[in-house]
Design a protein. Structure first.
Length: 94
């Protein structure tokens, strides 16, 4: 199934889309460090990515999907926390 916004994980039956937002590409408030070169380019790029993320989330919700987003660093440092959030949403769907 092709889901709008290309989520990283899709639970079709439960209509859950999970996105793992890369800390660099989406500007994680904890991990992101602005490159020293081409700052204007990168600031604009990250801003566009965040705007697109909000559009994708809003569109999927309007289409009846649940959307979870987690940062790459959370998945790396605390995978049980990220998995727990997914399980919670899936358990609520039953």
């Amino acid at each position: 199934m092709d889901v709008f916004g290309r989520p990283d994980f899709v639970f079709t039956k439960d209509r859950l889309a999970v996105f793992v937002d890369g800390c660099f590409w989406h500007g994680c408030p904890r991990c992101f460090q602005m490159p020293r070169q081409n700052r204007h380019f990168w600031r604009t790029k990250i801003k566009r990515n965040r705007i697109r993320d909000r559009l994708v989330t809003r569109t999927l919700k309007e289409r009846g999907w649940k959307v979870l987003r987690t940062w790459e660093c959370v998945l790396q440092r605390r995978p049980a926390s990220a998995v727990g959030r997914i399980r919670k949403v899936l358990d609520e769907a039953v």
